[in-house]
Design a protein around this ligand. Structure first.
Ligand code: SF4
Length: 346
């Protein structure tokens, strides 16, 4: 096999190259990442990869293209779908094209290690490009090695980026970060003084929150399976319950975040984040790990809350356990994907 490995950055390549070499596959690293913003960031990532690949003796090809204008022109009409509709596609298509023209029979990408990316879409586009160019797409789920790879990269002093790459990912990384700490003038009150947020454990009459829990899990039957044994937490805003969550015990070390639901009008205001932080602080004195099962769309949210270790995928979970089709935005849910959070670190 002659493998061309599209590589997004040095830290993500650490585990991918290592595990491929363990399989006896020697990849050629292929740098093609035209929309990394700003240019100084593009250069830092590229140069780090140059140094790293030279240090481990792997062959590397650098396709120079700082395509900011081209990228903006192509994604401006549908910014929320830019990754799947444009970014993955141009990276994988260019990799496949180069592979075909230069005698490689197989290609793959280090993007498959990132829990922040849409893994299934990458796989699908990779396979599509493989068919188009008459190549093999080497699919590997590298995600279980994400944390290990990042830790090794940090240890050897590689430059670690703080956002995915494009200007929009930079915006959401720093904008959402800043929103957590609103900087208001000294004499300005953010909320009227009588507004308050509280979180408490609800011991009695948990069923009163069923309607809200159904927002996150549309099956009463499923909720009943974990509600009686689970611990229910309620976040109130001005005494109104706006976000609820159920946590169950798996074993002496592990708990599972089974359900987290926020009232529609209160979404996007950070309440789910607050309750997860509260739960992590609450459970870390008694348990080591918290797991969560989620759909593909919600992985980035959970990773940002510290659930950064991929655990497992339960294939066809939503098809096998629900009578109706379960949708999450545009996505028809099939698999349930588990991630975990190390509570000792929170
Ligand atoms: S967020 Fe990342 S994957 Fe998505 S368009 Fe930006 S650089 Fe590409």
């Amino acid at each position: 096999m002659k493998l061309l490995l599209h590589t997004c950055c040095a830290p993500c390549s650490v585990y991918c190259i290592k595990s491929l070499r363990q399989e006896g596959i020697e990849p050629t690293v292929y740098w093609f990442n035209p929309n990394i913003h700003p240019y100084t960031e593009y250069k830092a990532r590229r140069d780090t990869l140059k140094e790293y690949t030279a240090s481990i003796g792997v062959q590397a090809i650098f396709e120079e293209n700082y395509g900011l204008r081209e990228f903006c022109k192509n994604v401006v009409d549908d910014l929320n779908k830019r990754c799947v509709k444009y970014c993955y596609r141009i990276r994988l298509e260019q990799t496949a094209k180069y592979a075909k023209e230069n005698g490689y029979d197989t290609f793959s990408t280090t993007l498959l290690i990132s829990p922040y990316q849409n893994h299934e879409a990458l796989k699908k586009i990779g396979e599509e490009m493989a068919e188009k160019y008459g190549l093999e797409f080497l699919y590997r789920d590298f995600r279980p090695g994400f944390r290990q790879g990042q830790a090794e990269a940090r240890e050897i002093g590689l430059y670690m980026q703080k956002y995915c790459g494009c200007i929009f990912s930079e915006e959401s990384r720093y904008l959402s970060h800043n929103q957590e700490i609103p900087r208001l003038p000294d004499d300005f009150e953010f909320l009227p003084v009588n507004h308050s947020i509280n979180i408490k454990k609800e011991r009695d009459n948990k069923e009163q929150y069923l309607e809200l829990l159904l927002e996150a899990d549309p099956s009463k039957e499923m909720i009943n399976k974990y509600l009686s044994s689970g611990e229910l937490f309620v976040l109130t805003y001005n005494d109104e319950p706006v976000c609820v969550s159920v946590v169950t015990k798996i074993d002496n070390n592990t708990v599972e975040l089974k359900n987290i639901a926020t009232k529609e009008n209160y979404r996007g205001k950070g309440y789910a984040k607050k309750i997860i932080k509260y739960l992590s602080d609450n459970y870390k004195t008694r348990y080591k790990k918290m797991i969560v099962g989620t759909t593909e769309n919600n992985i980035p949210f959970y990773v940002k809350q510290g659930f950064d270790k991929y655990e497992k995928t339960v294939k066809n979970f939503f098809v096998d356990n629900y009578d109706e089709k379960i949708k999450d935005g545009d996505l028809v849910c099939t698999d349930l994907i588990y991630y975990s959070k190390d509570l000792k670190k929170s």
